[in-house]
Design a protein around this ligand. Structure first.
Ligand code: ZN
Length: 83
């Protein structure tokens, strides 16, 4: 009996994005059902409400084609100034 690799079971998608400013590549696995909800109009916040913002950025970046990794993403201090 063959053992199927969980990452190739067909129930998950490997979403990968590359940072536009450095060689960093980030990726995450999403359920096909979740991805379908998202592509049919649900927001990232709705579908992956328990994810960190950084992980959601991978989804958003994949769709928009614009992605900055956590290191390159402009950060703001408490007054809203870009550091
Ligand atoms: Zn980067």
């Amino acid at each position: 009996m063959a053992i199927r690799n969980a990452t190739h079971s067909g129930s998950e998608l490997h979403i990968q994005v590359k940072c536009q400013l450095c060689p960093t590549t980030d990726w995450t696995l999403v359920g096909k059902d979740e991805w379908e909800r998202y592509t049919k109009g649900a927001t990232v916040q709705d579908v992956w409400s328990d994810w960190s913002p950084a992980r959601r950025e991978i989804i958003i970046g994949h769709r928009s084609g614009m992605y900055l990794c956590d290191d390159c993403f402009p950060k703001e201090d408490e007054d809203g100034n870009t550091i």
